[in-house]
Design a protein around this ligand. Structure first.
Ligand SMILES: [Zn+2]
Length: 62
């Protein structure tokens, strides 16, 4: 007589790492516009001069 039932579940998979995603992409720096105070999120076009970016748009810059 076997005690095993047909409903036996297989071994649970530990840690579901489906992708090799490191998860660093969620963090993007942001700062506030000097003129309107709106939060600006880092853009790729600002990568070179992020430190110099003070305004969210040309309108705020002028
Ligand atoms: Zn602004």
């Amino acid at each position: 007589m076997t005690k095993k039932s047909s409903k036996d579940a297989g071994p649970a998979t530990p840690g579901q790492t489906t992708t090799g995603f490191k998860g660093n992409k969620h963090y993007l720096p942001s700062k506030l516009c000097k003129t309107c105070g709106r939060e600006m999120t880092w853009r790729k076009s600002w990568a070179k001069n992020w430190d110099q970016v003070l305004y969210c748009s040309d309108k705020c810059r002028s």
